[in-house]
Write a new protein. Structure first.
Length: 555
């Protein structure tokens, strides 16, 4: 379907200097079971497969019981967000052995590395790009060598990039391939004149309830307010709030933090002191509250009603806000969840699973599927597997979201809880509309905020807050100033299918399209003075074009 671009601001610029910072996107030794488990082994041919070794990392061999076998085995990495990454590089250590067999299959390409922008779940149906330049020069058996800096090409970069190691062997001969210390780094451009937003999730452990949680309610309230100020986030999403007329937790917190700067909202405050509710607290200068509601109607799933699956009525809370980015307002929908708890009751897992199925049906629907969406809260389960010990289940109850990598991504799936020494059960996902705005590597637990509080786990909460950051450019930046240095004609404007520009020959042109928040959404080196825009939704855009023989700016 073709969409009308109602208004197009066009800037033709030559070169913009941007400072770059080195960031680490993936860093896994493969020398622990937890590290190895982040990768997915897939066997295509043969009974031999990738295995884990605490000494050697990931190991694959076609030799077993004195016989060589035909094999093809893939080891696929977890997803990586390379959408904003510049010059991403892969490095790893590897070896083959023993010495008489170190070169077996090298000429045939038995030890290759690939990357993809969209993994289908099956290596045979995935479009892979081979990563060239891997150092295969191993001269001594079992001696590890560095791969060298292996570039990940632009065509393989997305919010869900994966790399994969492919091992092959033959019935006549084979060699062992061992891998460890897999690392992906990149130069991330620091975009000037941007507005950042930090969003934090925290289960405050029965805050305001005198029956459960910490016994000194005033101390807990004071500690929570102190920690919120220490973290200095822009939006806090909170669970386990009591908020009755006689004991209003949100107003009490805001009063301690400063009413001039902070504001808070809660959805459907309960009549009882210990009713658990979800709320938000936000900086008034950077966030505008629009409205809130509960997702109180959904499908039955896993044999239970929607009400029962949502912890007997503890429905997801929706907060619609606007982020203030320069003179622009960026709409954001926050879905704050507090899923059914307990890891030792099989039905609790089933209820979390059913609630997740119902929630995804809602969010995939027309009311939410184009929104800037953050799904945040106490999931009460991990995203890679499950904490449940009483059901014959191995998948996360949120696998439906995790599998839909086109529309959702989770930034917290590989974080380990510093207190419980397990993957997080407080998690943050966001929709594809925000893929380009996530600040790479920003997901982290707020350990420093807890360390500043005496006896934190007994006086304040048994949950550690977790944060992520997003970044938005603004159209009133000097970077996007509209001035015309040389004549240029742009037509048609508005445009349906193809946009043309005339007035100069732009050799080696670079074209970038930005949405109204300043987020880059399209990049190309056109072969002619036109670009196709039919896939863009209706809206306001900025087009930047730079050619080596001219610098042009035109509205």
């Amino acid at each position: 379907m073709n969409y009308l671009i109602r208004l197009l601001l066009v800037l033709l610029v030559f070169g913009t200097f941007q400072t770059r910072a080195q960031i680490t996107i993936l860093d896994q030794s493969l020398l622990t079971q937890a590290s190895y488990n982040l990768f997915t082994p897939v066997s295509i041919i043969g009974a031999q497969t990738w295995t884990y070794s605490a000494t050697y990392g990931a190991v694959c061999t076609g030799y077993s019981g004195g016989i060589n076998y035909d094999n093809e085995d893939w080891l696929v990495s977890p997803t990586m967000n390379l959408l904003q990454a510049t010059n991403p590089k892969l490095t790893f250590s590897h070896t083959r052995g023993s010495t008489p067999f170190i070169n077996v299959g090298v000429a045939e390409g038995w030890y290759k590395v690939f990357a993809t922008a969209n993994y289908t779940g099956d290596p045979l149906t995935t479009t892979w790009i081979e990563l060239t330049g891997v150092n295969q020069s191993i001269t001594v058996g079992w001696q590890y060598v560095a791969s060298g800096n292996v570039s990940i090409p632009e065509a393989a970069r997305s919010a869900n990039t994966r790399i994969a190691f492919r091992y092959q062997s033959g019935a006549g001969q084979s060699a062992t391939w061992e891998l460890k210390n897999v690392k992906v780094t990149a130069d991330s451009p620091v975009i000037p004149n941007t507005t950042g937003f930090k969003i934090t999730n925290w289960n405050t452990n029965w805050l305001g309830c005198s029956t459960f949680g910490p016994t000194d309610e005033n101390l807990q309230l004071s500690n929570v307010a102190s920690a919120l100020l220490t973290m200095n986030s822009d939006i806090y999403c909170i669970q386990e709030l009591a908020n009755t007329l006689s004991n209003p937790s949100i107003p009490a917190l805001v009063a301690l933090m400063g009413n001039a700067i902070w504001e808070g909202k809660i959805v459907s405050p309960g009549p009882n002191e210990c009713d658990q509710r979800q709320g938000i607290i936000y900086k008034k200068a950077k966030v505008q509250y629009v409205d809130s509601s509960q997702l109180s109607s959904g499908i039955a799933a896993q044999g239970n009603s929607y009400y029962y699956n949502c912890s007997s009525g503890r429905y997801p809370a929706v907060f619609n806000v606007n982020l203030v980015s320069g003179s622009n307002l960026v709409p954001l929908t926050i879905v704050n969840i507090h899923a059914k708890s307990e890891d030792n009751v099989a039905m609790s897992y089933t209820r979390r699973l059913g609630a997740s199925e119902a929630l995804k049906t809602i969010l995939d629907g027309n009311n939410y599927n184009t929104k800037n969406l953050v799904l945040i809260g106490d999931y009460n389960d991990i995203l890679m597997g499950t904490i449940s010990s009483t059901c014959s289940c191995t998948d996360s109850p949120y696998k439906n979201f995790m599998d839909d990598t086109v529309n959702y991504t989770a930034t917290t799936q590989y974080l380990n809880d510093v207190h419980w020494n397990r993957p997080l059960i407080e998690n943050i996902m966001f929709s594809n509309e925000l893929f380009g705005n996530y600040v790479l590597n920003s997901a982290a637990q707020e350990v420093a905020a807890t360390q500043s509080i005496t006896n934190y786990y007994s006086t304040t909460s048994d949950h550690v807050p977790v944060s992520v950051s997003f970044q938005f450019s603004t159209l009133d930046n000097p970077e996007f100033a509209v001035t015309s240095l040389q004549p240029l004609t742009l037509y048609p404007n508005p445009v349906n299918n193809e946009l043309h520009f005339e007035g100069t020959v732009l050799e080696e042109a670079v074209v970038t399209i930005y949405d109204y928040t300043g987020r880059p959404i399209h990049f190309e080196n056109p072969s002619s003075n036109s670009i196709k825009v039919s896939e863009l939704p209706s809206g306001i855009y900025i087009l930047k074009v730079g050619g080596r023989f001219g610098r042009f700016v035109k509205k």
